[in-house]
Design a binder for this molecule. Structure first.
Ligand SMILES: [Zn+2]
Ligand SMILES: [Zn+2]
Length: 135
């Protein structure tokens, strides 16, 4: 496949992804809510080694919450780019919001629906729902 291109809001971080995602899912967990400023994250699961940073490696920072895996963001604009323990983990989460190339694979699961907020409405989109993650 053609590599997908991605970037952060300020454009300092540029990257490409050379693998077809193995899965595409939403995560509604509390960490994803806080870091995204929204209902959570939409993620593509890709091998860590398929992500190549083209620019801005020096402004990337990772945060390790008490629970779950580390999250990586641009320290200039705050855009969250990768989760799931990038770059150490074998497979990581690429935020769909960071992808600039046309990408039309709809998420097939809603993870962490136990953390859906009182102000949040889950869409009736036919995607599987999991209290946490797929057992
Ligand atoms: Zn940025
Ligand atoms: Zn999450």
């Amino acid at each position: 496949m053609e590599p997908m291109r991605g970037s952060c809001l300020c454009g300092e971080v540029q990257f490409e992804v050379t693998a077809e995602p193995s899965a595409v899912r939403y995560c509604h967990c509390e960490s994803c809510k806080k870091l995204s400023g929204s209902i959570g994250t939409a993620n593509a699961r890709v091998p860590s080694e398929s992500i190549r940073i083209l620019a801005g490696e020096d402004v990337l920072r990772s945060y390790q919450p008490k629970e779950g895996s580390s999250k990586t963001f641009c320290s200039r604009c705050g855009s969250n780019l990768f989760g799931g323990g990038w770059p150490e983990a074998q497979e990581v989460s690429l935020r769909l919001s960071a992808i600039d190339t046309a990408f039309d694979r709809k998420p097939t699961a809603h993870n962490f629906v136990r953390s859906v907020a009182a102000w949040e409405t889950l869409p009736d989109d036919g995607a599987e729902r999991f209290e946490e993650t797929r057992p």
